[in-house]
Design a protein around this ligand. Structure first.
Ligand code: RUB
Length: 329
């Protein structure tokens, strides 16, 4: 919960769904957040510009606080709330509705464009190894298949939430041959693989890639085997706070995702940790594929500065630094 004026049901529902992973994956989270901002803008009955803006910022804070690692979420809020402008409620509302539509259109275009770039790296007959479920990564395979290339996939199941099952389903729908393996079998199969292909939740200014836990171990093993590691990530995955030395917060999720309560009780007094993401250092990444072309990880900072300047604003915060609790719509 966050302090501030009452929120549209759609914002509360979207925030809950992101927190519980009913809505998951960085690009999908960004789209859902933008759509919730649009719903809030459409429904708000605030009758002054100040009250309207406070309500929108409160909606932004509610969404922002759901999951900490995927920067696509704050970047979606930056893009939409950052374009809220006008001297009266109706102008403010229409500025936000236009911004949210522009944002979701941009997401569609970005994924299509990066898919084409990624597809150029995939040759006819190649096998990719995937980790987790990334719509950006799958866009590359889909584009390759669309170019008439035959592609096979070795899909890691991705404990503890098994997002690999979603990947396997979607790859099968594309006509890709799929072999599902447990995470610990990955190294055994790397010799049969032409690319490791993963997505990203955040990319740091030094080219470090934050993605589902297990990505870094896979990348280290792939490098040892000489298999190139391709990261598919639209530019909303670039984390502007890392330009000023901040680190990316790694989400720690509930222990019950790792082991059922009764099994845990049978074992005895143990600690359980459940980090959802890890950081793959840039030296283990061969290419970051974006809608603006492919980049070696070390040069991604140039693109980041172009897009964000030197720092990033936080348009969901109250300009006076308060929590917004004293305000009402
Ligand atoms: C999802 C995950 C995905 C990235 C990229 O983690 O790590 O690889 O979000 O996905 P979770 P996309 O299941 O915990 O959200 O390319 O679809 O943005």
């Amino acid at each position: 919960m966050t302090d501030g004026p009452p929120l549209a049901e759609a914002v509360e529902a979207t925030a809950d769904d992101i927190a519980t992973m009913e809505i998951r994956g960085a690009a999908t989270i960004a789209r859902a957040a933008a759509e919730a901002v649009a719903e809030q803008a459409a429904e708000t009955d605030a009758d002054t510009p100040a009250a309207f803006e406070r309500t929108m910022r409160h909606a932004g804070r509610r969404l922002y606080g759901t999951r900490p690692t995927a920067v696509s979420l704050p970047n979606a809020l930056r893009y939409t709330l950052g374009r809220m402008a006008g001297d009266d409620v109706e102008t403010l509302r229409s500025s936000l509705l236009a911004a949210t539509t522009a944002f979701t259109d941009r997401l569609d275009r970005a994924q299509r464009d990066l898919g084409r770039v990624g597809a150029n790296r995939i040759r006819d007959g190649d096998t990719v190894m995937t980790h987790c479920h990334s719509t950006d990564a799958l866009a590359c395979v889909e584009a390759a298949v669309g170019q008439g290339k035959e592609v096979s996939a070795i899909v890691k199941e991705t404990r503890p939430r098994n997002q690999g099952h979603i990947t396997a389903t979607e790859l099968r729908e594309m006509g890709v041959d799929v072999t599902l393996v447990v995470d610990s079998a990955a190294r055994r199969y790397l010799d049969d693989v032409d690319h490791v292909l993963v997505g990203a939740d955040s990319i740091a200014a030094d080219g470090g890639v934050v993605n589902k836990i297990g990505t870094s171990g896979l990348a280290v093993n792939a490098r040892e085997r000489g298999v190139p590691i391709m990261v598919a990530a639209q530019t909303i995955k670039l984390h502007p706070d890392t330009l000023t030395g901040h680190t990316v917060e790694i989400e720690m999720r509930d222990e019950s995702e790792v082991i059922a309560d009764d099994a845990r009780a049978d074992i005895g007094d143990i600690a359980v940790e459940n980090p959802a993401f890890d950081v793959t250092p840039p030296r283990y990444v061969d290419a970051i594929v974006t809608e603006s072309g492919q980049f070696p990880p070390e040069s991604i900072v140039t693109l980041m500065r172009e897009l964000f300047g030197e720092s990033a604003d936080r348009p969901w915060e109250e300009p006076d630094g308060t929590t917004g609790s004293a305000s009402s719509a």
